[in-house]
Design a protein around this ligand. Sequence first.
Ligand SMILES: C[S@@+](CC[C@H](N)C(=O)[O-])C[C@H]1O[C@@H](n2cnc3c(N)ncnc32)[C@H](O)[C@@H]1O
Length: 865
Amino acid sequence: MGRGGRGGNRNRGGHRKPFGGGGKGKNRNSGRDTRTDSWNEVPRSNDFFEGYYRSGGFLPEDEFDEMWATLAKDLPNSFRFTGTKSDALAVREIFKQRYIPKITSIKFDGELVDPPRAVKAFPDELVWDMTTHKKVIRKHPPFAEFQKFLVAETTSGNVSRQEVVSMIPPHFLDVRPGMVVLDMCAAPGSKSAQLAEMIHGDEEERVKKAASGAPFDSEGGDYNDDGRSTGLLIANDTDYKRAGMLVHQVKRLNFPNLIVTQHDASIFPSIEIPSTAEGKRQYLKFDRILADVPCSGDGTARKNVNVWQKWTPKDGLGLHNLQLRILFRGLQMLKKGGRLVYSTCSMNPVENEAVIQAAIDQCGGTSKVTLVDCSDHLPDLIRKPGLTKWKIFDISAVAGEKKIAHNFSTWESFDKAKKKYDEEEPGRTFSSKISKDMFPILDAPEAVRIPLERCMRVYPHLQDTGGFFIAVLEKMDDIRIAQLGASGSTTATITSEKIKSSTPMDVDGTEDNKMNLDPVESARQNRSPKRKLEGAEEENATKRVRVEAGDSTNSPVDAGSEDAKPAVKDEEEDSKPTVNGTAEDADAKPPANGSVETVPDAKAPNGAFANETIKKLEPSAQGQKEYFEYLPADDPTIASIFDFFGISDRFPRDRFLVRNKEGLLLNKIYYTSELCKTVIKMNKERGMRFVHCGVIMFVAHKIREKEQLKCNWRLQDEGIKIVAPWASKRIVQCTKNETLHTLLKQFFPKLPREEPHALGEVGDQLRDLEPGCAFMNVNKNEEEGFPYDMVFPIWRHPGSINLMTDKDDRKAFLLRLYNESNPEMVNHVADKAAAKLKAEEAATEQADGDEDDENGGVKLDGLEE
Ligand SMILES: C[S@@+](CC[C@H](N)C(=O)[O-])C[C@H]1O[C@@H](n2cnc3c(N)ncnc32)[C@H](O)[C@@H]1O
């Protein structure tokens, strides 16, 4: 159970302020809280928004005041140290030792600012927040160094600037290395990054052990693939543009066990995997699923001005059905015994407890799907239990007249009230989205009661965060889910009775009972009547998405006249308003300050589609097709690269792919895990939209002396860590702090064969090496200022050497390891080196005749990629 009741006075700001105020909070400790007037011009008040939450029985009244006051304040800044454990801990230490003391002494407006604080709810001090406003950090000169550090580490992927509450759901998924995980609604990808880290686990350590031949307990971890993670993360988002953001975010992780797809999660296609020994087709089931669904986002009011301006109950009501269908699909694809976390950044029960209740109920109750009691997990996270009772809020309207807010406790009270209004005031419109399954089941016998109190509600005042909802579900048994209402959510009231009477559909992913979106495959399968039925269901589901999404973003609600007062009615069984008086007009009282909320014509709630977006999802507008062509295991180029670097035969040769239609070895070679390969190969022609997979491992080196090279493929920063433990040739050690410093600051420093050089031990080792790429290892050595193991690709040219590390990463290293005061100088040095090389290349091309490559020109390695 949650930690209800303990959150009373946890708000560090602890500040109550009238609505519409500026949101500047009281100082945390005695420091200066610089949360500023970022969007003070927008009043942080909305009568309907407040009216619903105040009257909905969410919190005791005085605690509600505290919660609401916190919601009107700016959100603290927060960030997370990411990546492998050793990198993340090392960067965290640098932050603690170098930047915290400096920040603690900074004054703003004559007062010391609040120091950053490790957020207690999360382990290992990897999550931090600070009340100093982003703008102040960006613009106030004393913060300049810290700002540089944050930017550099964010760019290089060691820091994720993520809201604290958004970090919670992955922690409840209990992901372990080797697991197969789906993130159904993943963009922009901050939670996918967390999940990917969890699937990696301590992979670096495992691989080192496996590669070195050191003994290890294969029972104690993911050792089936020589220590490499055998797990898989599929990160999905339906929106093409947002899927692009997702790719950008996860690319930095260099995670070969990750696939990004672009599908509507509510009809996510079944993924084919190799058939059973008996020849029966099989479909992938997931150990863990995250359904961080599109929601109204009213828990984000501290950072999202739209919430105050545009909140309407229509958002939550319009999204409930899509959320439910996404959750259903997730439960279908979950393994028996698997875990699914459902989350939203909304506080509205219609998007939260109501969805969970409906899903469990319609799956056949708690013997099929159960809510996990997580009270022992993340004990420092202050939370409240899920609601077991709630009201459905709606605003009815008559064109040109005042709007009325209604609270309905039961479906019957809604039904009755609506009929009454239909008779007495036929022009008054209610939301067409309200359905029976949105209401709490109030009278269930204890044996079959769904323990909704096990859901978790994180309110803003509990630990100075945004609002969030999390539910952890476990699949106890295979489930049968009936077809959802076929005509869209208007009639999609799904009851247990309906389920029982409808045709059961076993969706266990076996050959006879799967969902399949591949048009070719479907056509083949639709020859059998049963498959036809399922195919039709898929089609309907797709249509429904379009209809509903369009509806939900274009709620035709009349705003009423500006000076009319809103009324709130609590519509009980007998339709008598009990809270706000008896006569609608005369007695109903406004929830708060009495102004009228103007409901916009069209808006897209947080993460939900707008009509425009739907259009973008039509196949013709998907953008260009991405290609993933695996190379044969005996590819001669791969063989020559392996030979050049002495890569062990234990490193798989059949997991390399190229990204062009013809499968040609042009420019880049990507590496993926075995399971990614299986999934991509078996499903890319089945209509699945794969948008990203693979880590760049080798890149063709465009360089003049190509002819003299044994191997013109170079190692790449992205993939070097994966292959390094398996290499035995062309390895140099950098052991001196100053040598690394020089190599990071300079591009192409001279390394003549005979004359003296200034490149220390690395120059000595590389001097006699034939041209081409090499590994440069830097082992952890605190005394030398190397806080963790590093490995860089380095190129031996005939007369110089060069780290094959791009400008941004060099800057990040210079700041991180050397506290370089002006890492930007790298840009200047890089530009100069680029210009020089370009001039040399141009001269050579003129002499040799123009040489073209597939990039349409010569690339300046190490500078551009
Ligand atoms: C709350 S956001 C997800 C945030 C994300 N989990 C993260 O942590 O970065 C919801 C996402 O759902 C996506 N979405 C909306 N409808 C969807 C659908 N039917 N299927 C899959 N994704 C959907 C939106 O594009 C949006 O990116």
